[in-house]
Design a protein around this ligand. Structure first.
Ligand SMILES: [Zn+2]
Ligand SMILES: [Zn+2]
Length: 387
C-alpha cells in the first residue's frame, strides 16, 4: 500500500458561495490501517515511546460510582440531589432545577474524589490511542523542545458524558533512552470496544469547509439548501467536513457544535478526532484505494402504498422487483410499492473491514480532543458525541 487518496469534489463550493472564502481549513486525514507498528512510528492504537523511568498512567477518576458520601456536606448535597430527582420524576422539573442538578452532580463527583482518594472505585491502566511524530504531522502545536505527541485514554465510561477519558503527553523523543512497555489493559473492567487495534497511519491533507451547524449564518444555510435541490450530493455529506479519524481542521460533529474554551478563555483548536467510523458521503470522502477493494451494493428506497417508506439493499447486477415477495406475509394489496417513489443509489457494502481501528464508541460515536495553542502548557479539552 502506498497511502490513500481522497477523491476530488464535484464542485468548488467556495466559488459558488464566496462567503465561504477564508473559512477553509486543512485537516490531516489519518486513514488508519491495521499493521505492525513500533514505538518509533506514528500510529493509532500502537505502542508509545514511553520512558522506562515514568510510571504507566492509570485512571480512577469519574468512573460511574454510586457509593454514598459520609461527610456532612456530602450528605447535604446527596439529599438535595435526591429531592430534585424526585421533582423531575414527578414532571415538576424546570430549567433552573436542571442546572442545579448538574452542578450538584459535579460537586458530588468532586467530593467523591476526596472522600475515596485512598479507595478509588476502580483503577484502570490507560491504553495507547495515538502517537504522532512531528516529522509525520508537523501541523500539531508541539511545545518548544518536543517532537512527539502521545494520546491515551481510560477505556471505560466516565461521568458526565459516558465516554473514555483521554490524556495527552508531549515529549522530546531524543530524551527517551529506555522504553517502558504498556501495562496490559484490564479486560474485565474495560469497555472492549474502546480498546483499539494497532494501526499504521497514512496522513493525507485535505481542504474542509465548516460543518453545516458551524456555518456563519442561517441565511447561508438556506441558500445552500436551495442550491442543492435536484443534485446528487449535499454540502453536509460531500462538500464540508471529512469523516473519520483526523488531526486539525473542522469537526464532523455527530450532534451539534460544542467548541470549548480553555480556563484562560481562549477558544481551543481541534487537535484530534478518534472516530468509530470512517464512513459518510462516500462519493467524495472514501479513498480511491479503498473504493477499489470495496464491494458496492444498490440501496433501493421506496414507499409502500400505505405511506411507509423503507429500503432494500441488493447486488449491483440485481433488478429491484416491486412485485417480489418481500411482503408476502402482509396484505399485498395494502402494502404494494408505490412505483414513482422507487429511488436507487450505489453505496459501499460493509465498511468495517480489518483495516480499521476497531473501536465503537457508544452508538458510532466520535471523541474530539481540543488543545489551546496559546497557553504554553497546551491544556486539553474533550468532547464525546454519539448517535
Ligand atoms: Zn477512567
Ligand atoms: Zn489558553
Amino acid at each position: 500500500m502506498k497511502g490513500f487518496t481522497t477523491p476530488g469534489k464535484p464542485v468548488d463550493v467556495a466559488k459558488v458561495f464566496p462567503e465561504l472564502a477564508g473559512l477553509e481549513r486543512t485537516t490531516v486525514r489519518l486513514h488508519p490501517w491495521q499493521d505492525a507498528v513500533t514505538v518509533r512510528d506514528s500510529s493509532l492504537g500502537g505502542p508509545l515511546l514511553w520512558p522506562a523511568d515514568e510510571a504507566w498512567p492509570v485512571c480512577s477518576v469519574d468512573h460511574p460510582d454510586s457509593r454514598p458520601l459520609t461527610s456532612a456536606e456530602g450528605k447535604r448535597l446527596q439529599q438535595r440531589l435526591a429531592e430534585i430527582g424526585e421533582e423531575m420524576r414527578n414532571c415538576r422539573g424546570s430549567r433552573a432545577l436542571g442546572v442545579e442538578f448538574t452542578e450538584l452532580e459535579t460537586a458530588v463527583r468532586e467530593l467523591r474524589r476526596v472522600e475515596f482518594a485512598d479507595d478509588p472505585a476502580a483503577s484502570l491502566p490507560m491504553v495507547p490511542i495515538a502517537q504522532f511524530y512531528a516529522r509525520d504531522v508537523p501541523e500539531l502545536p508541539f511545545p518548544d523542545g518536543t517532537d512527539v505527541c502521545q494520546v491515551l485514554w481510560c477505556p471505560t465510561d466516565h461521568e458526565p458524558h459516558y465516554g473514555p477519558r483521554p490524556l495527552v503527553r508531549w515529549r522530546d523523543s531524543a530524551s527517551v533512552a529506555e522504553v517502558r512497555a504498556a501495562t496490559e489493559p484490564d479486560r474485565d473492567l474495560s469497555d472492549e470496544e474502546s480498546l483499539p487495534s494497532p494501526c499504521r497511519i497514512w496522513p493525507e491533507r485535505v481542504t474542509e469547509f465548516p460543518h453545516w451547524d458551524d456555518l456563519p449564518s442561517a441565511g447561508l444555510r438556506a441558500r445552500i439548501e436551495e442550491w442543492e435541490k435536484g443534485k446528487d450530493w449535499t454540502y453536509d455529506q460531500h462538500l464540508s467536513v471529512a469523516p473519520g479519524s483526523k488531526v486539525g481542521g473542522w469537526i464532523n460533529w455527530v450532534q451539534s457544535p460544542d467548541w470549548p474554551d480553555c480556563e484562560r478563555g481562549h477558544r481551543m483548536d481541534h487537535l484530534l478526532t478518534v472516530a468509530s467510523s470512517e464512513g459518510g458521503g462516500w462519493e467524495s470522502w472514501m479513498p480511491l484505494e479503498e473504493q477499489a477493494r470495496t464491494t458496492f451494493v444498490k440501496k433501493v428506497e421506496f414507499a409502500l402504498v400505505n405511506g411507509v417508506t423503507t429500503s432494500r439493499e441488493i447486488g449491483l447486477d440485481e433488478e429491484f422487483d416491486p412485485a417480489g415477495s418481500h411482503y408476502s406475509y402482509y396484505d399485498q394489496a395494502m402494502l404494494a410499492v408505490a412505483p414513482q417513489t422507487v429511488k436507487e443509489r450505489v453505496i459501499p457494502g460493509d465498511r468495517r473491514g480489518s483495516g480499521r481501528l476497531d473501536v465503537m464508541l457508544g452508538d458510532v460515536g466520535d471523541v474530539y480532543l481540543f488543545v489551546c495553542a496559546v497557553c504554553p502548557d497546551r491544556p486539553i479539552g474533550v468532547e464525546f458525541q454519539c448517535c
